[in-house]
Design a protein around this ligand. Sequence first.
Ligand code: 2HG
Ligand code: ZN
Length: 465
Amino acid sequence: MNFNTVSYSIIEEIKTIVGDNYVLTDSESINKYSHDETEDLRFYPEVVIKPNSVNQISKLLKLCNENNICVTPRGGGTGLSGGALPIYGGLLLSLENLNNILDIDERNLQATLEPGVITEVFMNAVSDKGLLYPVDPSSKGSCFIGGNVSHGSGGPRVVKYGTIREYILNLEVVLPSGEVIWTGANTLKYASGYNLTQLMIGSEGTLGIITKIVVKLIAKPVTDVLLMASFSTNEQACAAVSAIFRAGIVPSALEFMERRGVEWVIEYDHIPFDLKEGVNAFLMIEVDGNNLDTLFAEAEIINQVLEENGCTEVLFADTAAQKDDLWRIRRVMPVSVKSNSVYKEEDTVVPRAELPKLINGIKAIGNKYGFSSICYGHAGDGNLHINILKGLMSDADWNTKLKEGINEIFELTVSLGGTISGEHGIGLVQKEYMRIKYSELHLSLMRGIKGVFDPKGILNPGKIF
Ligand code: 2HG
Ligand code: ZN
């Protein structure tokens, strides 16, 4: 792709738009914005801009569009598919200064906020009013809501509450031309033509810059019950997942973890947990609601289903501290696993009853190509995060065989009715596998949509396709 470099005169123009203090060209800033949480990838922007208003963003995009300069938007920098990497240099547009919660409308159970609000800050703000915003990825303490929208984020509570797609009512978006639109309406229903709100969700900053977000809220459940079930095999744990739903229970979280992941996280974060011999897989199951007796009755049914599916032990978290420890095991697992080895992370998702076939297939493919993996994830959604570990694999094998292995994993995933990313997005690192899921026709329809919004292709180039 052919973009112009950011010349001295363009930088001067940008300074008149946002002010000198919000235009960074020093090496420390360029370095900081050259990576996200995707492996060890680094790409350096020519300039980092931190706009403070929609109006400034509109002027910036118009300027870049007219001068054929590429723009990479960035939220909290916690992405796992390289979506925020400025692979062609150009302008890095950080949304960090648009960080206000503009309104919490308790009458309509809605809120309006800017994209740079940290997800957990927003969750806490609505929680103080007895409300719930349930989309809480593991990175909730540092990711931005704007990045969550751009990636169609999920997290552990999707299984009961749905992904961010269920919670976004309306978006203010700046188009590459500098024009500003609202995508929908602040309503719970929308049957008024193409749904541009849903199109923007998961578009990974390739169609427009999201500058305001209207979110649906729900009443906060009063209480929950958490249990941890042990299994001798991954397959048994995965098979129990769909059985729980068939018994009529919809847990508020249903997470799968492999033993080795639990071993590493205990060591990494010094979490008290009695890891027994012979246990090789876990399901962490939470039910929430407003009546503890009802939740205990549901937990009893779950217990029965687990027993019927080969569970060897069920631990009930009795205290808040015990619940925190169990959740910490799951939430810290990605960092602890990644701190142990060079890795490659995949985000497969299949219809949930196919999980046993997926996990067995992943292990068989690993044996064939010589890599090990640690899997964990949102089993209730059929969403498995696969951390492929380099371990003792040679550099040569890692650089060649790995890709073949990943191809096979994705082919298996798609053959089981699934797709190549459930919640981390395509970004830079998964785009070469899109052809496994999509036909050329399907891809050209997507490219056509990109062309309508961004005819010059200046917004987040080199992502998704
Ligand atoms: C999670 O479920 C996140 O913890 C991150 O989606 C997963 O980094 C990962 O493997
Ligand atoms: Zn996840």
